[in-house]
Write a protein that binds this ligand. Structure first.
Ligand code: F6P
Length: 353
């Protein structure tokens, strides 16, 4: 009998609990393993904080909330902690783990893979609303976030049209524009600005003016990822009391620049969706993906195929080497491919590439 640890690491997203549920069911009922939920990612290892998980325990007498509840019952962290690597690595041994399933984004998986060199048996599951984990078509959380942003587009449209305004919706996505791009297409954006593609204010003004002429009113919808360049060509960030950098505010900078460039002919308003994008009930597609990933991850442990990550390749779940995932780094939007091509083909302004 194996004892497997499960942890969630990095920014939370909808579908994490559904993955924990699937892992627990498959491990206990399918393989007779024992499951320990590690609390707060590596902090739980450093401080030996873990609790047993069982299908009956998390089923809550049939209410089965894990499928539909956002967040993670195990807690998560997405900033460095005050612990030495040896403490974290020793935690794996002291908790008596035979394997660890880590549900994380590209940053977390890279850090955990480094720790795993101390002798851990690691299997990764990709999650992030940014969808920028390499070597998988999808990560848990992306589909739900696309739905959230798409709905926000629809709500901004009605007020924007009613007031003849350009509405600018700022999404998450520090380095990768997948979320803004997919949601902008689904939400009927006139322009989508992402970190991977440079854009010019004149290009955006021309798009907005053309949209105005076509529609006979000033409404236009612009979806911008938080990490996209501002009209001045820089990124818009602020620093918190601990000196950490946060993205946010590029939407307002663009609204201001649009108003100035058109001498007030255009009125613009910016909305920052922020952490609303990370919360809520997972979409059915995310609940399914989380379940499939969870089951496959446990099966990889059963087969002792470690240093791997479960991955969606088309419609199939495959195992890829964690080394290869980490070596690739964040998977960015390719300006010449797929979704970008789709956006341009329906007349959406993406910038100058
Ligand atoms: O990595 C996911 C992400 O959602 C980024 O797009 C965003 O910049 C970041 O998390 C925000 O994280 P925090 O919870 O630290 O504000």
């Amino acid at each position: 009998m194996k004892r497997i640890g499960v942890m969630t690491s990095g920014g939370d997203c909808p579908g994490l609990n559904a993955a924990i549920r699937a892992i627990t069911r498959r491990a206990v009922n399918g393989h007779g393993f024992e499951v320990l939920g590690i609390e707060d990612a590596v902090a739980g290892l450093a401080q030996r904080r873990a609790r047993p998980l069982s299908p009956t325990l998390i089923d809550l007498d049939g209410f089965d909330p894990m499928l539909s509840t956002g967040g993670t019952i195990l807690g998560s962290i997405n900033k460095p902690i005050d612990a030495v690597a040896a403490d974290i690595e020793q935690g794996y041994l002291e908790l008596g783990l035979d394997a660890l399933i880590a549900i994380g984004g590209d940053g977390s998986l890279a850090i955990l893979q480094e720790h795993a060199r101390s002798g851990w048996n690691l299997v990764g599951i990709p999650k992030t609303i940014d969808n920028d984990v390499a070597l998988t078509d999808r990560s848990i959380g992306f589909d739900t976030a696309v739905r959230t942003v798409t709905r926000a587009c629809a709500q901004l449209r009605t007020t924007g049209v009613s007031h003849d305004r350009v509405m600018i919706l700022e999404t998450m996505g520090r380095g990768a524009g997948h979320l803004a791009l997919a949601s902008g297409i689904a939400g009927g954006a006139d322009a989508i600005l992402i970190p991977e593609i440079d854009w010019k204010l004149e290009g955006l003004v021309a798009t907005v003016e053309a949209t105005r002429r076509r529609r006979n009113h000033a409404f236009a919808l612009v979806v911008v990822a938080e990490g996209a360049r501002s009209p001045l060509g820089d990124t818009v960030t602020s620093t918190d009391v601990k000196g950490r950098e946060h993205f946010g505010g590029v939407g307002s900078a663009i609204a201001r620049a649009l108003e100035e460039a058109t001498e007030g002919r255009i009125e613009a308003r910016a909305t920052v969706l922020g952490h609303l994008q990370r919360g809520g009930e997972p979409s059915p597609m995310d609940a399914i993906l989380a379940t499939e990933f969870g089951i496959h991850a446990v099966d990889l442990v059963a087969e002792e195929r470690y240093d791997t990550m479960v991955s969606l390749q088309g419609t199939r779940i495959e195992a890829v080497r964690l080394d290869d995932v980490v070596a690739r780094g964040a998977a960015l939007v390719d300006p010449a491919e797929e979704m970008a091509h789709t956006a341009r083909s329906v007349g959406i302004y993406l910038g100058e590439s």
